[in-house]
Unconditional design. Structure first.
Length: 56
């Protein structure tokens, strides 16, 4: 989805019979794709802590 906002020199004037539309998209729930970055980050932190603790 792109944010398409057109900026003009002056604001358009609404006339009788003009139609204004607005679209809202709501993201629903927690998906498995949302879990991957969290698992990846935790894994990276565990590996870093393991490397740091074994080098002492």
């Amino acid at each position: 989805m792109k944010n398409e906002i057109v900026v003009r020199d002056e604001d358009p004037i609404l006339l009788d019979g003009d139609v204004i539309t607005m679209e809202a998209v709501f993201r629903q729930g927690f998906r498995w794709r949302d879990l991957f970055p969290i698992v990846s980050m935790v894994g990276t932190i565990v590996l870093i802590l393991d490397r740091v603790s074994t080098t002492k």
